[in-house]
Design a binder for this molecule. Sequence first.
Ligand code: AMP
Ligand code: MG
Length: 322
Amino acid sequence: MARTSDIEKAAGVLRAGGLVAFPTETVYGLGANAEDPAAVGRVFQVKGRPPSHPLIVHIGGAEHLGDWVEDVPATARLLAEHFWPGPLTLVLRRGRRVPLEATGGLETVAVRVPDHPVALALLSAFGGGVAAPSANRFGSVSPTTANHVRAELGDAVDFVLDGGPCEVGVESTIVDATGEAPSVLRPGGVTREDLEAVLECPLAVHSTSRVRVPGQHPSHYAPRARVVLVEPEKVVAEAELAQELGHQVGVLLPPSFADAAVKAHAVVAVPGSMAAYARGLYGFLRELDQRGCDLIVASLPVEEGLGLAIANRLRRAAGPRR
Ligand code: AMP
Ligand code: MG
């Protein structure tokens, strides 16, 4: 766990316009002072992310929300009260403090309060908002440990705060709360079911939307290896066929087939609990890359609860490459 002196140092780096990678409960973020256009610009540069793709502004508590957005509709306030700190991002009308560089030129801004002691300590020591996407190169797998960040971004980051492995493991749920009826722009760590229970109404989940959401690019969250999705009962046969054809096949073996002997290059048995699967997902994809796989065969979980976010990430990982 990060020490107080590390937190102070990281806050100093942010104040000086530098970049800090920091742990959250979802994934590691690559943070910059949200009010410093030049620092925000460096985030895009380091990630290789197109400047039109907005960042999330991380704040220290729901009580600061009004400082960052133009107005807070009752629905947004309700969701913030219920789910913050937590893996829920609210898209609202941009407040004047937020430069257009951080919002990809949009008049809306994405805001959240992360549920991680190190992230909260950093936000408190820094005192402002921290604009951060995931601390990985654009399009690739998000980091869930400090070592993932160091391996991928190395010296491009001024300071890496280590807070251990991320608990949730997939990114936040992004809810557009600007209009009358809120909608999900990206499924994530807060489930649709939990949101609907609080809102007491059904919630639309958009796979594409008016706003630009990087998580909506066809290929995103992708390992180096090509990802192929098949029905759970076809995973073993598909993997063995591809291996026979000369691929180095990695397998994400569905829980109901956990006992199957698979002739493949590398096999990861997927946890039966969706929370454990979400926590492990990006680590599994990184591991299969590292073990030299060029093809990963997987299936989609049932799209309920966290299964919705896991399926969304697997589909993007399998999407057409640029
Ligand atoms: P990352 O997951 O690393 O790309 O972190 C940023 C996420 O927040 C992306 O999916 C963004 O598209 C999303 N986001 C930030 N601002 C907005 C916005 N104004 N409207 C919609 N999505 C946003
Ligand atoms: Mg990302």
